[in-house]
Structure formats: structure tokens, C-alpha cells
Unconditional design. Sequence first.
Length: 201
Amino acid sequence: MDLSSVTHSASSDGRDCEVLNPLFFGKCAFDTAPGTYFIVERSSRELRWFGRSTVKCVRYRRRDWDVPMPDALCAYWTAWNEPDVDLIGEHVRRAVTEEVEWNDPRDSFVGVEELERAIRRLRTSKPDYAFVIASEIDHQHGRLRYRWDMIRGDRTLMEGLDVVTLDPTCGLINRVDGFFGDPTPIDDGESGVPGSLRGHR
């Protein structure tokens, strides 16, 4: 969706912001009363609506969710890149909880020892592979989202996206959900998405 067709400029207390176009969404009063607000987010061309009929406008940018890479996540990826397999366990235990849940399209398991074994297998069978982080780190409600690449030399072998959940009591990773590549674009001829819900980019 092209946001320029459904937004217009407004300001509150001298701060510029964008509000939903009343001609597109219906009558929408602008009110700064606490607790009555909406947020228009310019992210992946999506509009996310919160609030009531009288609203306050706040602009958020994508970078508002970016955070420095936490120590646990640094240790996690250091483990995946560690050439000395005898040091992998040390990195892993600085990264994850004992009962960490780990999922990707090829594997699923629970436990720090299982994770260590999985990393050891990869480092032993593919010692010339490396992982690099290919995006900033998004954060919301104890979850991190970012892109990564698996490389060999100057060649990218695989792209992926992880959603990582942190344990709020210790800051270590207690769940990793990994995905390979980008979602498949919708095919008008054959799609599992109902026609009434299909969008196109």
C-alpha cells in the first residue's frame, strides 16, 4: 500500500507527524488527551492501528526498535564461528539457558548440550563456512529479530532470519526460531492464501 494516499501532515506541540487521512479511514479527530492515541508505523508498507475515535499521533521510525547486539547474542554467533571446537561449549553457555528451544526448517531440539552438538557438527563438517549479521537488531518485548548470511569466502551460500527470545531474568537466549530466505511471493495461479486476503508488493 502506498502510504502517501492515506496519510496527511499534522502537528502537535510543534512536532510534525503523519495522521491517517480522514477521507480514507472515515472521521478521525485529533486529540492529545493521555491514553487516547494511535500510531502510524512506516515499516514494510504496513499501517498498524491502535486507539479510539479521538486520537493522538506519534511517529515511530524503524530505527526506534534497533538495539545494540546483546552480549548473549554476540556469544551465540561467536560459537557458530568458533574454529576451535573445544571452545564452542564455553561460548554457548554464555549465550543460552539450559533448556533453550531451537528451531529451524531442518532441525528442532531443546537443551544447551543439543545446541553445542549441532554447532560442533557444522564446524567439523564445514570449517570454511562463516556467519555474518546482515541487518540491525530489532527488539520488542524481549524478542530480537535480525537477518544473517552464511558465507564461504566472498560467496553467500544462504540467507536467513532469526527471531530470538531472551530470558527476562538473566538476559540469556531461551528460544531461537530461524527461517531460511524470504517468504515466497504470492502466486495468483496457485497460493495457499485466500484470495480475499492476498496482497502484492
